[in-house]
Design a protein around this ligand. Structure first.
Ligand code: SF4
Length: 71
């Protein structure tokens, strides 16, 4: 599974890294530091990734089986 974070949608609410601390971190301004990235996630962190996607009020986080074509 892959996680992709759309940097144009991220508004820095900080909910994602609060619910997925093993996967995501915050930068100095409160945005998720991994915004704009897409990467493969280990199986044991898929649940956490989905929690992060569900927690983001901007819909900036997508969890998919394959990497998005434009990633
Ligand atoms: S919850 Fe969404 S908007 Fe907030 S920091 Fe995470 S990705 Fe950005």
């Amino acid at each position: 599974m892959f996680i992709a974070i759309d940097e144009t949608k991220c508004m820095g609410h900080g909910r994602c890294y609060a619910v997925a601390p093993e996967l995501l971190t915050d930068d100095d301004e409160g945005f998720v530091a991994e915004r704009g990235r897409c990467w493969e996630i280990p199986a044991d962190l898929v649940g956490e990734a989905q929690d992060a996607a569900d927690a983001c009020p901007e819909g900036a986080i997508v969890v998919t089986e394959t990497a998005p074509a434009d990633a």
